[in-house]
Design a binder for this molecule. Sequence first.
Ligand code: CAA
Length: 241
Amino acid sequence: MSRTALVTGGTRGIGQAISAGLKQAGYKVAANYGGNEDAAKACEEALGVRCFKFDVSDYDAVGAGITDIESELGPIEVVVNNAGITWDGPFHKMTQEQWQKVISVDLDSAFNVTRQVWEGMRERGFGRVINISSINGQKGQFGQVNYSAAKAGLIGFTKALAQEGAKKGITVNVVCPGYIDTEMVRAVPENVLESIISTIPVGRLGKAEEIASMCTYLASDEAAFITGATMTVNGAQYIAG
Ligand code: CAA
């Protein structure tokens, strides 16, 4: 029987490509979204995945969403913590709201979701947790103290949780995309983006599908021995040691 996968922020950008990749690989996919109804409808129609609306930064809303998904599609065996936002600005102008919003959507969400599927994964002796971090969580980025902190947090979260899941058949890994051609990256001022692209040795933005294929692999049975790993997919823009 096919496994059920939850992709947070799964109806747009990188998340949509991950939903599509998992669906193609035979998973029952629940694509979570926060509010963009048009994108969710388009995703359901184009990909044939079920979309579920809830706020990943709200623990109780996540719990209710997981109950709905599991009653419709069965136990969640694969989680991709992908939902994330940016709210860029230099630190000397950063407000507390700007800090807290990014930390809660990009980092607290991984706790809110993973914690509420974890016990089921432990009981069943199988699970795949894939966290979507960023090159900017590895190297830091001017104007993204909030985002870089949240994304670096996901790397620590992964390394600790992988050790706890290991004996229960649960792998926990983190993928660090570089600059990928999505709405989020296209929102960076054009001149700034051009100068960023000039630092990518491969000479272009990445494609969302290039992140999705990594996630599909990490979700597979063949990837059982890969856990606690940081998978860099960035066109050699930053080569972590
Ligand atoms: N390094 C050093 N100095 C920089 C700089 C940089 N990368 N970027 C800007 N500055 C300097 C400017 O030259 C300017 O200096 P002066 O005051 O001496 O002239 C100063 O910082 C302020 O610059 P701005 O007036 O442009 O400040 P701003 O408030 O309008 O905007 C910014 C600053 C929002 C950070 C803007 O530079 C920006 O958007 N940078 C891109 C941030 C980025 O990479 N975001 C990624 C989004 S996509 C994503 O996050 C996905 C992912 O995972 C990769």
